[in-house]
Each structure stands twice: as structure tokens, then as C-alpha cells.
Write a protein that binds this ligand. Structure first.
Ligand SMILES: [Zn+2]
Length: 414
């Protein structure tokens, strides 16, 4: 215990001493543009080369995966990795951040050049500073600090800097998972979402289902409705029935989530006839569903289809169903799992806050790991300004999170 305390103190002192060079490195990296090619950018190649060079200069051997992408300017989408060997070489603690950024958006809204970082009032202003540069640099320097202090880590501690998170992760994490570069027994931190004081450790996400329902009717003059079938009326009734059915059946609560139940919201409605005196022959509505991870999305779909069939029978018409988007949620990472415990201990030791475990209604790449059965925590200390003009990262958060990441592996036996 005393030994661990001493080590944690040593790490803290060392990171503080290196704070200026960490900041300088951060600024230098942000200058190397890495806008996602699907958003009109040059891609990650230059930034990957910059990071690869730095890792190699510091004595690390680098694994590099170049996913082929003929639509990108360089034809490849690199992801790179390095790790520090631990006593148990069969397991890895991975910090996974992404190199790519979104474009700057409206240049007029920026007070400074988004690709020429400006340090002001303890913040670094630049596109990609918070999302996801801060965490990338923090994880890199956490690993470097452990190496420089010759800390014997209990398992391998490694970083992945991946491509394509801002679009669909097809050329990044999905490629790496397909190549089986992560295994059961690994634990993963995805520092790509967070809270201003670093209190929130995200361990669960909801499954996402967007559905489109198209109801056919028979279009007639509104003065003779019996001749036709009002698709709009049938559609509205169906939407309300689905609303009631889903809320009634999937009513479990999960306190991890600020919105602790599944949500089923009728949202988009396509326009039908252009004039008031026509009975619509077609009706299209959509639902956005965010389903607690303890439920299976296929069960929801099955119930929806059952209700649709009943309506088809009742109104003697055809109603089609389409899954516009379906992203199932992996099982929540347990709050007593190793990654959750290590991270919450490190956060309370370093940041001096009492962390809480949370679930979110959106989805991060953390979910892709949970789908593979790998326990994953999503955490960082950020003001939450990604994709905004004048995006920034607080230098104090960069330094704090570097310490948290470096401290994590030391707490495994405490
Ligand atoms: Zn991000």
C-alpha cells in the first residue's frame, strides 16, 4: 500500500514536471490535420506518421494497421498501437482514442484558426483538441511516464490511435476487431466522452433502433371517404398502438441511466397529400427507440411486426416495416468489473472526486467492444464541446487524465 502510494506520488510529480512538454506535443500534433476523408478531409496518414515517429523515437515498437480505403486521398486509413510489457504478458489494458477529426464547420464562427492551435487561459483551442486529441495525448504520456519511471505494470498497458471514428469506424475499430486484435481478458478504456469534473464513468449504453412504417391506403376525394382507405388514420392509430405496446412491455428501469427506462418516440412524419380535400393513400412515420441493454432489439422488432400484421388484417391493406438503423447494445460493463474498479479508484485518487457509474442513451465505440464481450469504460475529463466552433481542451484536464491513466494499472492489487 505504502509502496503504491509512493509510486502514485512519483507519477504525479513526474507528469507535473513534464506538463509543458506534454502541452507542446499536444499543440504540435493538433497542427497535423486529420479530418475524416468522408467529411472532405485528408485522412489520418500524416498524423499517424507523426505519432508513429514519436513512439519509435521513444523506443517503442509500433504496430500499424493500414485499412484499404480507395476513396480516401492516400488510399489507406492507418491505426497505430504501442504497448508497455507487463508482468502478465497475456492481458492488456488498452486506451483507445481516435486520430481523425470532423472538419472545422463554419470558419466565421471560429475566433482563431482551427488548425493553428492557440493556448489561452489554460486552454488549447483547435479542431480535435477535445475530440479526441486530449485523451490521445494523455494515454500516450501515461504510457511514457510509466516507462520512464520504470514502473513494473501487472499487465500490458497499451494505446491504440485509430482511424475513422467520426464516420462509422469501418476503417478503424471495426477493422481492428475483425482482425481479432483484442481478446477476452483484455480491458478497455475509451476516453472519448466524459464530464467536466471527471465524475462520470460510462459503463452502459442503450441499443438503438430507428424504424420506418409505411401504410398503404386508397386515395380518394375527402367527401367520399368510404370509397377509399385513409392511410393517415390507420398510420396514426398504428403509431399510437405501438407507442402503448412498447412502453407497456419494455418497462424495466435501470438506475445507471439518467433517463432510466427505454424510450420509444414517434418522431419523423413524411408529408402526404398536398391538399386538404384528399384522403391520403399513403402514410409514413418513424420511431426512434433507445432500448436498455438488458433487452434484445430483435424482440422489439418482433412485437412491432406482430402489431403490424394485426393491422394489415383489420384494415385489409399492406403495411411495410423497415429497420432504418439498428445498433444493438452490448451487455453493460459491470460496476464491479476490473476496468470499472481500476478506473474509479484512479479517478478518486488523482482527481479527488467521487466517481459515479452512468449509462447513456447515445452510442460510442465502447459499445463495439462490449458487443465482443470485452469490459469497457468510457471516461475523460472534458467540458464536452466536441464538433463545436472554438473547440478547446483544458490543459489541467490533459495533465489530470494523464495521471489517471498512468495510475490505473497500479491499483489492481490494492
Ligand atoms: Zn470522438
Amino acid at each position: 500500500m505504502a509502496e503504491t502510494d509512493e509510486l502514485i506520488q512519483k507519477i504525479s510529480t513526474r507528469v507535473d514536471k513534464d506538463a509543458r512538454s506534454i502541452q507542446d506535443f499536444f499543440v504540435k500534433m493538433l497542427r497535423v490535420k486529420a479530418v475524416n476523408p468522408r467529411m472532405g478531409g485528408q485522412g489520418e496518414v500524416e498524423r499517424a506518421q507523426f505519432l508513429e515517429g514519436y513512439l519509435k523515437d521513444n523506443g517503442f515498437s509500433v504496430t500499424r494497421i493500414d485499412a484499404k480505403d480507395t476513396e480516401s486521398p492516400h488510399g489507406i486509413r492507418p491505426s497505430i498501437s504501442a504497448k508497455l510489457q507487463g508482468r502478465d504478458d497475456s492481458r492488456n489494458l488498452w486506451f483507445i482514442s481516435h486520430m481523425d477529426t470532423v472538419p472545422e464547420g463554419s470558419r466565421d464562427l471560429w475566433k482563431t484558426d482551427p488548425f493553428e492551435p492557440v493556448v489561452k487561459d489554460g486552454k488549447v483551442f483547435a479542431r480535435g483538441s477535445e475530440d479526441n486529441g486530449q485523451s490521445l495525448v494523455a494515454s500516450l504520456f501515461a504510457m511514457l511516464t510509466l516507462r520512464n519511471l520504470e514502473v513494473r505494470v501487472p499487465f500490458n498497458v497499451g494505446v491504440w490511435f485509430v482511424a475513422d471514428e467520426e464516420f462509422a469506424s469501418n476503417f478503424g475499430i471495426k477493422e481492428l476487431l475483425a482482425r481479432r486484435l483484442f481478446k477476452k481478458g483484455d480491458i478497455v478504456v475509451v476516453p472519448d466522452a466524459g464530464s467536466p469534473k471527471g465524475t462520470d464513468i460510462e459503463i452502459a449504453e442503450k441499443g438503438l433502433l430507428w424504424m420506418k412504417v409505411t401504410t398503404k391506403g386508397r386515395q380518394v376525394h375527402a367527401s367520399l371517404p368510404k370509397k377509399g382507405l385513409n392511410a393517415h388514420r390507420v398510420g396514426m392509430k398504428l403509431a399510437l398502438d405501438l407507442d402503448e405496446l412498447l412502453h407497456g412491455k419494455y418497462r424495466r428501469r435501470n438506475r445507471l441511466f439518467d433517463y432510466p427506462v427505454s424510450s420509444f418516440e414517434p418522431t419523423k412524419k413524411e408529408s402526404n397529400v398536398g391538399n386538404v380535400n384528399t384522403v391520403p393513400g399513403m402514410d409514413v412515420f418513424y420511431f426512434d427507440c433507445r432500448v436498455l441493454p438488458e433487452y434484445d432489439l430483435d424482440d422489439v422488432v418482433h412485437d412491432v411486426k406482430g402489431k403490424i400484421r394485426a393491422f394489415e388484417k383489420r384494415y385489409a391493406t399492406t403495411i411495410s416495416f423497415e429497420e432504418v438503423e439498428k445498433e444493438p447494445a452490448g451487455p453493460a460493463t459491470r460496476s464491479d468489473s476490473e476496468v470499472a474498479i481500476l478506473l474509479s479508484r484512479a479517478v478518486s485518487r488523482v482527481s479527488g472526486v467521487k466517481p459515479r457509474f452512468v449509462g447513456i442513451g447515445g452510442q460510442t465505440v465502447g459499445n463495439l467492444f462490449r458487443m465482443e464481450g470485452i469490459p469497457t469504460a468510457v471516461w475523460s475529463t472534458i467540458d464536452d464541446v466536441p464538433h463545436e466552433p472554438n473547440e478547446y481542451s483544458k490543459i489541467a484536464n490533459l495533465i489530470n487524465d494523464t495521471k489517471v491513466f498512468a495510475t490505473m494499472p497500479l491499483l489492481s492489487k490494492v
